[in-house]
Ligand binder design. Structure first.
Ligand SMILES: [Zn+2]
Ligand SMILES: [Zn+2]
Length: 249
């Protein structure tokens, strides 16, 4: 379950470093490492600072998850973590011991993990996902999430824009090629099938008929779509590792 937490920073005088810069760096690093969600407020109390954050699971702020960047920056502080309460607006995250498959699904409105458990349909906190490529954080996944959301926002706000629509619906667009590359790398690292959610049809109320056309076959290979029971997708193509929501409401 996502938790609201306080991270209390008590500076140890090591000289030379700007305390606020350091706190800002650490919070950004914790976000890129999948330990907190991308928004926080920092209170000042005399010499100490308290960051109010949302953390992605009961134990996500544990130092065992710190990467080398955090470890290097954090040694100018005594850190205390206080879990305040559940995040009432968040859904629970996946706690399955294993996952038979995964869906890499960017939700246009969520900044938490886009890696979904195929079995329970809940998101898997990024601290439980291996780092991709040669990274020591989840930069590729989180950066792609932001780029995808920016394109989606542009589509929503300029409804006749063909460029952004193509980026979202076409498996061959630059945006989706990047997403599929991350999918392949993720599959490589977790050793189980990972499906990329292709938002085709794009859905929505604009040009309803055209944008909600029922998908009869995989748009990439023309092959059969296989039903899955997951809140993020209802069909997949095993060959292309694509997932679809084919019955938009
Ligand atoms: Zn699960
Ligand atoms: Zn296919």
């Amino acid at each position: 379950m996502y938790k609201v937490a306080k991270i209390i920073f008590k500076p140890i005088n090591k000289g030379g470093k700007d305390i606020l810069d350091s706190i800002d760096n650490i919070l950004s690093m914790l976000y890129k490492n999948g330990q907190i969600i991308d928004e926080w407020i920092v209170e000042q109390h005399d010499q100490n600072y308290v960051a109010n954050v949302v953390t992605t699971d009961d134990d996500s702020l544990s130092p065992e998850y710190y990467n080398q960047y955090i470890l290097k920056e954090i040694d100018c502080f005594d850190i205390e973590i206080k879990i305040v309460c559940d995040d009432a607006m968040a859904t629970d995250s996946c706690h399955c011991p294993e996952h038979s498959y995964y869906i890499f699904a960017i939700d246009p409105y969520l900044s938490s993990s886009p890696v979904i458990c195929g079995d329970c349909g809940k998101e898997i906190p990024l601290i439980r996902i291996p780092y991709l490529y040669n990274e020591e954080e989840h930069y590729s996944i989180l950066n792609f999430q932001k780029t995808y959301q920016a394109v989606d926002r542009l589509w929503m706000d300029s409804l006749s824009d063909r460029f952004t629509k193509r980026q979202i619906v076409d498996h061959n667009s630059q945006l989706n090629k990047r997403g599929l590359d991350i999918r392949a790398e993720l599959e490589n690292k977790v050793g189980k099938p990972v499906y990329y959610l292709l938002c085709n049809p794009i859905g929505g109320w604009f040009e309803f008929e055209k944008n909600n056309k029922k998908l009869e076959a995989c748009p990439k290979c023309g092959g059969e779509l296989v039903k899955v029971n997951n809140p993020y997708a209802d069909n997949v193509c095993h060959t292309c590792r694509l997932a679809f929501v084919t019955c938009k409401e």
